[in-house]
Design a protein around this ligand. Structure first.
Ligand SMILES: *[C@@H]1O[C@H](CO)[C@@H](O)[C@H](O)[C@H]1NC(C)=O
Ligand SMILES: *[C@@H]1O[C@H](CO)[C@@H](O)[C@H](O)[C@H]1NC(C)=O
Length: 341
């Protein structure tokens, strides 16, 4: 703690003994609504440990709460009844030390009811939605929010409360609704026949059809949900394709490597050939394949066969016993033209 802080604390301690105490107000008062959860929070200096807060919710209905914490969950108050959740509110918080109160601080106004004009407009999420393909068109289905949300289910309300929703498909809008007692809300979409994705909007009405709470889907677009069987089949097909592709790629890589070796061999041989060019006759006749045997004697045993190329680089080396195999090359000398595939 800084010297100044210590001094302030001391001063406050001295002053609190007297009667003219100035209690600082809470700061940073915020209301947040995340789906059905409504919370209020504020900041307060840790310097005064014996502080109690008086938090009043005011507006359509009011209540006072006494707390020592710096936050409060208002959900139970809001979802107590239809009258409560259709109201608009603001919160005031006062710090109390001993018998002395701070100046109150006031929050922004908030409401779930979109008919009310407030700074904070709270909205609710649709329950999980399924869009199931049918022979012609599709059917959209989700749990009725009055059943899905425990808070909404328990809130005191009249029978005439209802949930309205609209399905937008290729710029056409279909309106539908479900009452308090239906377990699921569903709607048949008959056109277009090949519907793939839809946009969904919802409004939860009060029993006199005036107040309305806006519902938003968790995703902007809802698309066809396939059955699990179709997913399994797709998975198996995908895996098979992956395996086949891997095998093919492996084969291609092996072949390419073999070919590279062969080409290197060819290069070496060509260099060799250049060197040997002057010493032997130039044989290059594609039509006369038998000429490999014919000239075996001349060439194979001669300069090339037993010499540099035959036993060395080509015959027993990489090409002969290695990649190409004995079958292809044989023991005989094969003219270089053979390598030009
Ligand atoms: C909070 O509510 C209580 C009881 O209703 C009331 O006496 C008090 O004046 C209210 N405080 C503020 C700041 O509105
Ligand atoms: C409501 O939908 C669920 C699945 O989403 C289903 O299991 C249940 O049988 C449906 N209830 C009615 C009454 O159709």
């Amino acid at each position: 703690m800084s010297l100044e802080g210590t001094f302030t604390a001391l001063l406050l301690l001295l002053v609190s003994g007297g009667s003219a105490v100035i209690v600082p107000s809470p700061t940073n008062l915020k209301v947040r609504c995340q789906n059905l959860r409504v919370t209020v929070s504020w900041k307060y200096s840790e310097l005064q440990p014996q502080t109690v807060f008086s938090m009043n919710i005011s507006g359509s209905y009011g209540k006072e709460f006494r707390i020592t914490d710096h936050q409060y969950d208002l959900s139970d108050f809001i979802w107590e009844s239809e009258a409560h959740y259709m109201g608009s509110y603001y919160v005031t918080v006062t710090a109390i030390q001993g018998g002395t109160r701070s100046q109150p601080v006031t929050s922004e106004t908030f409401a779930f009811n979109s008919v009310k004009t407030t700074s904070i407009q709270c909205e609710l999420y649709f329950p999980p939605v399924a869009l199931i393909k049918k022979d012609s068109g599709a059917v959209i289905s989700f749990r009725n929010p009055f059943h899905f949300y425990r808070e909404l289910n328990l809130a005191k309300k009249k029978d005439s409360a209802s949930f309205h929703f609209s399905v937008v498909v290729s710029n056409e809008e279909f309106d539908s609704e479900c009452n308090l007692y239906q377990e699921n809300c569903t709607h048949d979409i008959s056109s277009p026949e090949d519907v793939k994705c839809v946009v969904l909007n919802g409004l939860l009405f009060d029993s006199i059809n005036v107040g309305q709470v806006k519902f938003i889907p968790q995703k902007k677009e809802i698309c066809i949900t396939q059955s699990t069987d179709v997913y399994m089949v797709t998975l198996v097909i995908l895996l098979s394709v992956v395996v086949v592709v891997l095998v093919v790629v492996t084969i291609i890589i092996c072949k390419a490597k073999a070919r590279t070796n062969l080409l290197e061999e060819q290069d070496q041989e060509e260099q060799q050939e250049e060197k040997e060019e002057e010493h032997r006759p130039y044989f290059r006749d594609f039509d006369r394949l038998h000429f490999d045997r014919l000239h075996f004697g001349d060439v194979g045993n001669g300069d090339v066969g037993d010499g540099d190329v035959g036993d060395g680089d080509v015959g027993d080396g990489d090409v002969g016993d290695g990649d190409v195999g004995d079958g292809d090359m044989g023991e005989d000398y094969i003219p270089r033209t053979q390598f030009r595939i």
